[in-house]
Design a protein. Structure first.
Length: 289
């Protein structure tokens, strides 16, 4: 049996709920979310606005390369202020064939399994009463749940983006990604070298180069080597400080994780690229575990 996971964080073009005052008890949004983008968030927020509770089921295939846990975490972060939204996840390696009734049953069985495990680990939200999609299969999916089908922005007119488009050209659709998704997909360039060998100059030059390319790289940032800051700070007080060993190496390495935290936080703002100056013994060349 496939293992499901869960997080419980906190329109226009809609077809299916005719009355603005009509609220469904339990809405369902399913998808690969490969990766999550503005269209997905629009769908989830619309469901949240018209339902008492919303279950978002992430269905990721192992071969897709983007971990299920990452997709779930990014969605949970984007909707952390909506307690009525829960994010569930399950691996789904069943092939896709909308004309095959047996294939449909296998996919829907996995959806039910994710929902059951979500209910088991938290409040039981009951039977799904509305299914929200932006796909042509929405009516059929809702039929499998004996629920109301709500179709939103089928032609991608309100939010012109799709998962396929993002995968084909990430940079062209960078603005359609939420901060946590950007942070997870951004590239980080680490410049390695000994002291006084031009690594700072190179880091700044690379940053200037990428900024000059324009959006979305125009706000590329860089972080200097932490060891230098630590050495200056320590020398201002006392070289005999207990956290400042003879060569300063151990203390600098111990403090290096703070430099990585700053590096990891940068792409969450806007840029798909950040620079980090990391000389040997000054900070690790990869984030600490």
């Amino acid at each position: 049996m496939a293992a499901a996971r869960s997080f419980n964080p906190r329109c226009t073009g809609r077809r299916g709920l005719s009355s603005h005052n009509m609220r469904a008890a339990h809405g369902l949004v399913i998808g690969k979310f490969w990766p999550p983008h503005a269209g997905h968030h629009h769908l989830i927020r619309t469901a949240a606005a018209t339902c008492e509770h919303v279950s978002v089921v992430v269905m990721a295939a192992h071969a897709e390369g983007l971990p299920l846990a990452s997709r779930m975490a990014w969605l949970a972060d984007a909707h952390r202020d909506a307690p009525e939204v829960r994010v569930l996840g399950i691996h789904d390696d069943v092939r896709i064939d909308y004309a095959d009734s047996d294939i449909w049953r296998q996919h829907v069985a996995l959806m039910h399994e994710a929902l059951r495990q979500g209910d088991a680990s938290g409040p039981d939200w009951g039977t799904v009463t509305a299914v929200f999609t932006s796909e042509t299969y929405g009516e059929e999916l809702a039929r499998h749940f004996s629920a109301k089908a709500v179709t939103l922005d089928l032609q991608r007119e309100n939010v012109p983006v799709s998962g396929k488009a993002v995968r084909a050209d990430l940079l062209a659709h960078w603005q359609h990604l939420a901060p946590a998704t950007r942070a997870g997909l951004a590239k980080r360039v680490v410049v390695i070298g000994a002291e006084s060998t031009g690594t700072t100059t190179l880091s700044r030059a690379l940053t200037a180069h990428w900024c000059a390319r324009g959006a979305p790289h125009h706000e590329t940032r860089w972080i200097g080597e932490y060891g230098r800051d630590f050495t200056i700070e320590a020398s201002r007080t006392s070289i005999d400080r207990p956290d400042f060993p003879p060569a300063g190496i151990e203390g600098r390495v111990a403090r290096a994780p703070s430099n990585w935290r700053k590096t990891l936080a940068l792409p969450a703002t806007i840029s798909p690229l950040s620079m980090c100056f990391s000389p040997p013994f000054g900070s690790p060349t990869r984030p600490p575990a």
